[in-house]
Design a protein around this ligand. Structure first.
Ligand SMILES: C[S@@+](CC[C@H](N)C(=O)[O-])C[C@H]1O[C@@H](n2cnc3c(N)ncnc32)[C@H](O)[C@@H]1O
Length: 473
């Protein structure tokens, strides 16, 4: 049985809940929004894109890939030409739908040969995209595999027409309502009622347009991920578990069918070419019959070669040891530290420190004293991620170079790190169990003579009343 459930987060993107960890994978306020605001925007990648030849990113806890997708999307969108002129995604969809899926007689063709680009437009795109390489670490195989098929955001229109199909139009008559409810009884089951309410809220939420425009994922991203994954998993891509998930009726609305079709096509027929002669004849016909003049200089190309993506599906504590490093950005998106302390230990963080480039940045959503202290113990300079929209600090950022930290921790926050709350986890062998890591800290906590965080806060408040706190607090 799957140990997770799908749900919609408030920005319309799909989130997951894990039974095993009794924790959500994504913030209920918006999986996609979080990826942008806590990882991509604070990275300041746009400055780097223009000044360096290559950018290396480490996505620790890839999950269903929001952080990687948001970053890829940012890079792709930053080359407007690819968006405005290439229209790659539409092109592929149309192509497959019209000529390949419908026409069963042509069921063996190397789909690589239909990834057509306009050569002139490809050049600038290639230069930007080929600068990027992302290493993705994740323990769960099936999450990685389903990641490209997830609709990364449901639009208000979709929410309105698909999930609450024509609710208002149907309500003209009593009979229409009854009929509608009968037909869509599942939607009105108690479990879904809240979801519908949320989706309607979404529909009427004024902020939505902003979210949609700013944080949308370019679908090309999913094509790149599919291509890379199929390459990696080759024949086993659609194993039974994955098929079961993709076929599950209840989950249907979370997946993009055309991407599934594309992936199936790509996998099934990749190694079964038509004879070279037939293949060329086929492409020749398509080319002359159906492609506009814009695509005259057609070029076949593997999408995945545009951006270098690598997946390491294992415990991140093992994967990290196989990686060389030199990362410009590290995204640390593990479950909360009480649920998964394994990826918040001093020793794991030390491995991250070793692999961060001297001018690199590590980002995480956590604001806790424990996580910050663990970073400090590893000689990171530690600061806060500031969100301009809400005027709040929404995460933690760390670097090897002091000047890269725009909002350093205040004296108050540094003091908090030095309380019992900041006592870090340890795992020297990078293989201890969750229970052992927790237990070890618990003992240390009990025996520690440090001040508790509540005592510390009380003392600070008293000092504040007396006007004794530092200005920098
Ligand atoms: C909070 S979620 C991350 C969500 C993810 N960034 C996304 O965009 O979907 C934490 C992820 O860590 C993974 N995970 C848990 N323990 C891990 C480990 N030891 N090594 C690698 N990944 C792990 C989980 O399977 C889960 O996907």
């Amino acid at each position: 049985m799957r140990d997770y459930e799908f749900y919609y987060t408030q920005d319309g993107s799909v989130g997951l809940y894990s039974y095993a960890d009794n924790d959500v994978y994504h913030s209920k306020f918006g999986a996609l929004t979080e990826a942008w605001e806590k990882f991509v925007i604070p990275s300041g990648i746009e400055k780097k894109l223009n000044t360096v030849d290559s950018i290396k990113i480490l996505d620790v806890c890839y999950g269903i890939g929001y952080n990687t997708k948001a970053l890829m999307s940012f890079v792709i969108n930053s080359d407007e030409k690819i968006l405005k002129n290439l229209k790659k995604e539409n092109f592929i969809k149309k192509f497959i739908k019209k000529y390949l899926v419908k026409n069963k007689s042509i069921d063996t063709i190397d789909v690589n040969n239909i990834n057509c680009y306009n050569e002139e437009l490809l050049a600038p795109t290639e230069t930007i995209l080929s600068k990027i390489s992302i290493d993705c670490l994740e323990i769960k195989n099936d999450l990685v595999k389903i990641s490209p098929f997830l609709k990364t955001i449901i639009t208000p229109q979709e929410a309105y027409t698909k999930i609450v199909p024509k609710i208002f139009d149907c309500f003209d008559t009593y009979w229409a309502i009854k009929k509608f409810i009968g037909k869509h009884s599942k939607l009105f089951a108690p479990k879904n009622r809240k979801e519908i309410r949320e989706l309607l809220d979404l529909k009427f939420n004024n902020d939505y347009d902003e979210i949609e425009n700013e944080y949308r994922i370019n679908n090309l991203v999913n094509y790149i991920i599919i291509d890379t994954l199929i390459n990696k998993y080759k024949d086993s891509y659609f194993n039974l578990d994955l098929q079961e998930i993709l076929k599950d009726k209840k989950l249907k609305r979370f997946f993009d069918r055309s991407l599934i079709k594309y992936a199936k096509f790509k996998q099934d027929f990749r190694y079964n070419y038509l004879s070279r002669f037939d293949l060329l004849a086929f492409l020749h016909n398509i080319y002359y019959d159906h492609l506009s003049k814009r695509y005259k200089k057609i070029k076949s190309k593997d999408i995945e070669s545009l951006i270098k993506l690598s997946f390491y599906v294992n415990d991140a504590r093992k994967s990290i040891l196989t990686l060389e490093g030199g990362y410009d950005f590290i995204f640390l998106d593990a479950f909360a530290y009480t649920k998964a302390p394994q990826l918040w230990t001093v020793e794991f963080m030390a491995e991250l420190y070793r692999r961060l480039s001297p001018t690199g940045l590590l980002m995480t959503y956590s604001n806790s004293a424990l996580v910050r202290n663990t970073l400090l113990e590893n000689n990171f300079y530690v600061g806060k991620i500031f969100d301009k929209k809400t005027n709040k600090f929404i995460g933690t950022i760390a670097a090897k170079e002091k000047s890269l930290i725009k909002y350093p921790l205040s004296n108050y926050e540094l003091g908090l790190c030095a309380t019992k709350a900041g006592i870090p986890y340890h795992d020297e062998t990078l293989s201890a169990t969750r229970e052992n890591i927790l237990k070890r800290r618990e003992i240390e906590f009990r025996n520690s003579e440090l001040m508790t965080s509540s005592k510390y806060m009380k003392v600070r408040r008293e000092r504040e009343i007396e006007g004794l706190n530092d200005n920098e607090d």
